[in-house]
Design a protein. Sequence first.
Length: 41
Amino acid sequence: MSNRQLPPEKRRQNFKTAMIMVSIALAIYFGYLIKAQVLGF
């Protein structure tokens, strides 16, 4: 995806989407870690 002269609001929306994706990934990752600890894997 080329980042040529995107309007600021578009770039901000892309950033927000990226942050949401990252937080979901982290939540899933930590969820698995905690579940593994609780279940003793």
